[in-house]
Design a binder for this molecule. Structure first.
Ligand code: NAD
Ligand code: TYD
Length: 340
């Protein structure tokens, strides 16, 4: 396989590049990434000289560069992680999300079509389905009902990918996963934000009442699912990927505080995210029964592993937190009112 990984310098993308080098060392892996604030080549330092790994600094909206890269490496397979990925940022800068997530995806798809790749896999999210009440699960046939500019941009991209299957007969797949956690997770998202803030004895902001539920998936389990879909996914199919791990935000925050031996006084309830989805929960039966995927990690094991990673890789997150990210942090939390 000669694989283009778009967005391979981000959280999930870099974990996936590591996965491919480990399990498919015979394949060529080209990491094509714009290196936005979320892209970080430090994530790939240990494999940067690996003979089958290549990095290209580029935007998925840049057709000319993409065409060159497809030709240069004779790309036959594409997996697209490249996106603006943070819901809170999408609320303040929705246009950025349309540009990268919608227009970028269409451009990448179009180049992939013109170069006649054998497979194009779009990495999407369960957030395209909207929010659940107390019961029920998202299946692949749940209607799309995105609520944030982020999820609306991801749903739009999914529909474009679907259209390239229906109209041009491209061999596409879409995977929709729940919230990932694990190494190299940028510390603006709940779990790494809370771990690193707790380590610095800083306040731990919990939006609203903290009762919102997410279905957590360890990133290595997600990478194994993507690998399976790339190799065995049936043309045109969508696969939901979830870890059977529904947790309330407040319980996760308390677990991290306990594990690190910190005080619960650090926890601060702040004003809620606008349009905050209440509950996500994935039914992964299709990928389990049709492709034989099963998550290998329990939440209890993998959250400990993740916390240990942030203890071991303090240099990694301290560098991020001392830079440009702090400007965003001040903007995001400086104006939030504490409600408790
Ligand atoms: P991330 O923000 O950590 O990484 C995104 C990467 O894409 C970065 O390296 C960034 O530089 C790159 N990028 C952004 N715009 C680009 C562009 N125009 N051209 C090229 N590269 C660009 O995101 P992540 O958490 O690793 O998520 C990866 C994918 O998985 C995204 O598509 C996201 O929507 C999806 N997803 C993530 C989660 C999660 O829990 N993190 C859950 C469901 C789905
Ligand atoms: P996040 O990690 O941003 O992922 P997503 O919004 O894609 O699910 O948020 C996970 C949950 O944690 C979500 O319900 C919002 C909440 N949250 C907080 O309570 N405080 C925070 O500082 C952040 C970033 C998120």
């Amino acid at each position: 396989m000669r694989l283009l990984v778009a967005g391979g310098a981000g959280f999930i993308g870099s974990n996936f590049v590591h996965h491919m080098i480990k399990f498919h060392p015979e394949d060529t892996v080209v990491n094509y990434d714009l290196l936005t604030y979320a892209g970080n080549l430090e994530n790939l330092k240990d494999i940067e000289d690996h003979p089958t790994y290549h990095f290209v600094h580029g935007d998925i909206r840049n057709r000319e560069l993409l065409e060159y890269v497809f030709d240069q490496f004779d790309i036959d397979t594409v997996v697209n992680f490249a996106a603006e990925s943070h819901v809170d940022r999408s609320i303040t800068e929705p246009d950025l999300f349309v540009k990268s997530n919608v227009l970028g995806t269409q451009n990448l798809l179009d180049v992939a079509k013109s170069k006649q790749v054998t497979k194009y896999l779009q990495i999407s999210t369960d957030e395209v389905y909207g929010s659940l009440g107390a019961d029920g699960f998202f299946t692949e046939t749940t209607p799309l009902a995105p609520n944030s500019p982020y999820s609306a941009s991801k749903a739009s991209a999914d529909l474009m990918v679907r259209a390239y299957y229906e109209t041009y007969g491209m061999n596409i797949n879409i995977t929709r996963c729940s919230n990932n956690y694990g190494p190299y997770h940028f510390p603006e998202k709940l779990i790494p934000l809370v771990i690193t803030n707790a380590l610095e004895d800083k306040e731990l902001p919990v939006y609203g009442d903290g009762q919102n539920i997410r279905d957590w998936l360890y990133v290595e389990d997600h990478c194994a699912a993507i690998d399976l879909v790339l190799h065995k996914g049936k043309p045109g199919e969508v696969y939901n990927v979830g870890g059977h791990n529904e947790k309330r935000n407040i319980d996760i925050v308390e677990l991290i505080v306990d594990t690190l031996g910190k005080s619960c006084d650090l926890i601060k309830h702040v004003s809620d995210r606008p349009g905050h989805d209440r509950r996500y929960a994935i039914d992964p039966t299709k990928i389990e029964t049709e492709l034989g995927w099963k998550p290998q990690y329990t939440f209890e094991t993998a959250i400990k592993k993740t916390i240990q990673w942030y203890l071991d890789y303090e240099d990694w997150w301290r560098k991020i937190k001392s830079g440009e990210y702090m400007d965003y942090y001040k903007k995001q939390y400086g104006s939030k009112s504490y409600v408790k």
